[in-house]
Write a protein that binds this ligand. Structure first.
Ligand code: AMP
Length: 286
């Protein structure tokens, strides 16, 4: 495995691999790897000749009062974990390498970014699309791997790929969870012991809401039940809980086939997100 930090070095490897006819799997991450990231990398290894994992805490997707500075970083630890699941290349550029100049061209995410995390984090998805566009151009992946943990992100990136004709396939994998249901996240390291103890309530609330909705078909009642569950089990502050159609992220109607129930909740100071995708027949995937 090689760790490269410059665009020039990455492009040389990609050029060589392409000339040998190799397929390339790209796994974009912000590092501080856990089993969710590693599942994406393993899948990329099964399906491609070369696996490139990017590790870059992208400043343009963080708001001014968010945790860009304190986001956990440990490249030595990540390198070992990535190697253990067969990553071939880690691309870990500096901010200056990715964004040498301020004030350049930006990308504006569309309607799908106006709700859920996009409403609470203005500009977040513009930053995601900016970095993902660069990574797609740099790594020229055959397939790019994303987690359903960020289902809204997947939906928006699918739209980017469709609208701007990126010649690649988006592959999505289910959420990897702790034994008690808490979705794995690099941000879980922020949780105090008492935060950690109540954090599974988010997933429980989503399950309760899904079951209520499947039983009675009333989205508002399902959301109310989920909110009550979180309010009873935690002292967390709910940012949002919504039930929408997927992937278009609109109000559900009788015609909706795929549903996303998604939540963002502050447990202590940590904002955690989670979701369940389902159809009337059961669980669904992105
Ligand atoms: P991040 O480093 O948080 O930006 O995540 C990088 C990729 O890993 C994104 O595509 C995430 O959706 C995915 N990911 C993060 N957590 C999980 C998880 N618990 N299960 C599955 N995928 C995940």
């Amino acid at each position: 495995m090689r760790v490269v930090t410059t665009i020039t070095a990455l492009k040389a490897i990609i050029r060589q691999s392409k000339s040998e006819g190799k397929s390339i799997g790209l796994v974009p991450t912000m590092g501080y790897l856990h089993e969710g990231h590693l599942a994406l990398a393993s899948k990329a290894g099964e399906e491609n000749d070369l696996v490139v994992m990017s590790i870059f805490v992208n400043p343009t997707q963080f708001g001014p009062n968010e945790d860009f500075e304190s986001y956990p970083r440990d490249l030595a630890r990540d390198t070992k974990l990535a190697e253990s699941v067969g990553v071939d290349i880690i691309f870990a550029p500096s901010v200056e390498e990715m964004y040498p100049e301020d004030g350049g061209i930006t990308i504006k995410a569309g309607r799908q970014s106006e709700i859920l995390c996009g409403a609470s984090r203005p500009g977040h998805f513009d930053g995601v699309l900016q970095v993902v566009t660069k990574l797609f151009h740099l790594a020229e992946p055959t397939r790019a791997y994303f987690g359903q943990k960020d289902a809204q992100q997947v939906a928006i990136i699918q739209t980017l790929v469709r609208d701007y004709n990126f010649p690649l396939e988006i592959r999505t994998l289910p959420i990897v969870r702790e034994a008690d249901g808490l979705a794995k996240s690099s941000r879980n390291v922020y949780l105090t012991d008492s935060d950690r103890a109540v954090a599974p309530a988010i997933n429980e609330a989503l399950i309760v809401a899904k079951e209520e909705f499947l039983l009675k078909g009333n989205a508002d009642a399902a959301i109310k039940l989920a909110s009550r569950h979180i309010e009873t089990k935690t002292s967390g502050k709910i940012d949002y809980i919504e039930l929408l159609s997927y992937p278009d992220l609109k109000t559900v109607t009788e015609k909706t086939e795929h549903f996303l129930i998604a939540a963002a909740v502050y447990i202590g100071k940590t904002r955690l997100i989670d979701n369940i995708l389902f159809s009337l027949k059961g669980e669904a995937t992105c």
